[in-house]
Design a binder for this molecule. Structure first.
Ligand SMILES: Cc1ncc(COP(=O)(O)O)c(C=O)c1O
Length: 388
């Protein structure tokens, strides 16, 4: 296990799709500044950049928000809430609904302006000395920690190991550990019991479950658990429900941690329409729809993965098993293939901005069967152009 503090992700430290970077347990300190200064990875690049401006007409396989959302009934609930805009937001009903949905008291729930706000609150409010982020994963937690002045260490999981977690790779002295489940961009769903092994007295264990609602039965969720010391679960309502523009998510943690985070929050951080949406997404009807959508994603993902496997002889390799609403693929010349796909009308997410990955990786959002079929045809074309 490497324990040095060089940033080995930088130029010269690149690895092909076969290994995806350092071994499990590799520990590296990210460069300072979250905008990419001193770091080979632009932590502030996100999938939405691929479909802005000249990308706005492309078929979007870059952003992991479920297609055709929000559903009409949810749009109506949000629209109805506009009648109450003259009043300051009152979050009590939404907070109670979230608490009830997870079988927790309200003191264990904090509503936030998306999971993104929670990353900033955690970084600013908690007294932390040795934060560790398990990569490859969504980069904002690390960016927020750095912006709050922390020096962040990384544990890099390896492609050769299926990006699986080895809890012993996380240094004992880490007093804050951040991990995603299922993980963006690898689509790995870590066993809840394995993640729980990371808990220690004196350590905050942050599990970003922004995509857990896209997993059938939310198997492997830690939401609702009160027996894991220092556990902080982050949830988002923006992916499954298509509410990325509304900004709504929540934190589940001990009452003490919730109180600390709440003190760091500005007044009225979650708007009345966002509160209405949160309440609406907690009803049995919404949860049934969520489960249906998760099962649909699993079927569509199986179709996408089966199609991608057909390109094995072109060097395309799928990170499997994929359990989230997106799939990570490795292929030589991925950057050029991505450009060709854009010319063919499809936006996919570049992989090289994720620590632990490089420019031989792409992330694909799972879409419906017809879209996947058209995408696979375009990929075929893009790959054959590469070979010329
Ligand atoms: C893994 C992960 N966590 C959290 C977020 C942020 O979610 P929200 O829209 O709730 O801020 C994203 C957004 O892309 C994400 O991919």
């Amino acid at each position: 296990m490497h324990t040095d503090r060089d940033d080995r992700d930088g130029p010269g430290g690149r690895h092909g799709p076969g290994d995806g970077g350092q071994g499990v347990g590799a520990r590296a300190t990210g460069g300072q500044g979250s905008g990419g200064h001193g770091d080979a990875h632009d932590l502030r690049h996100h999938g939405d950049a691929e479909v802005r401006d000249d990308g706005s007409a492309l078929v979007d396989l870059a952003v992991n928000v479920r297609a055709d959302t929000p559903p009409a009934w949810l749009r109506e609930r949000v629209a109805e809430s506009l009648a109450g805009l003259a009043a300051y937001p009152d979050g009590r009903a939404a907070r109670a609904a979230v608490a009830a949905r997870h079988g927790l008291p309200v003191e264990r729930v904090l509503l936030t302006a998306g999971a993104a706000e929670a990353f900033v609150l955690l970084a600013r409010a908690l007294k932390v000395r040795q934060p560790i982020v398990v990569h490859p994963q969504f980069t904002e937690p690390e960016a927020a920690l750095r912006d709050a002045g922390h020096t962040v260490d990384r544990v890099l999981l390896r492609a050769g190991d299926g990006f699986r977690l080895d809890p012993s790779a996380v240094p004992e002295d880490a007093d804050l550990v951040v991990i995603g489940n299922p993980t963006n961009p690898t689509s790995v769903l870590h066993p809840a019991a394995l993640i729980a092994e990371l808990a220690r007295p004196g350590r905050t264990l942050v599990v970003d479950e922004a995509f857990m609602d896209a997993v059938p039965d939310e198997r492997e969720t830690l939401a609702g658990r009160t027996d894991v010391p220092g556990l902080v679960v982050l949830r988002s309502l923006t992916k499954t429900w298509g509410l990325a523009g509304l900004r709504i998510g929540y934190v589940l943690a001990s009452p003490e941690t919730i109180a600390e985070l709440e003190r760091a929050q500005p007044l009225w951080p979650v708007s009345t329409p966002a509160l209405a949406a949160a309440e609406a997404c907690m009803t049995p009807r919404a949860l049934a729809e969520q489960e249906h959508a998760a099962r649909r994603v699993a079927i569509d993902r199986a179709h996408l993965v089966a199609g991608l496997r057909e390109f094995a002889s072109d060097g395309v390799r799928v990170a499997e098993p994929a359990e989230g609403p997106f799939v990570l693929i490795g292929l030589p010349g991925a950057a050029a293939v991505r450009s060709r796909l854009r010319r063919l009308g499809f936006a996919v997410r570049r992989g090289d901005t994720f620590p632990g990955l490089d420019d031989t990786w792409l992330r694909l959002a799972v879409r419906d069967r017809a879209t996947v079929n058209r995408f696979l045809q375009a990929l075929d074309q893009a790959l054959s152009l590469r070979d010329r």
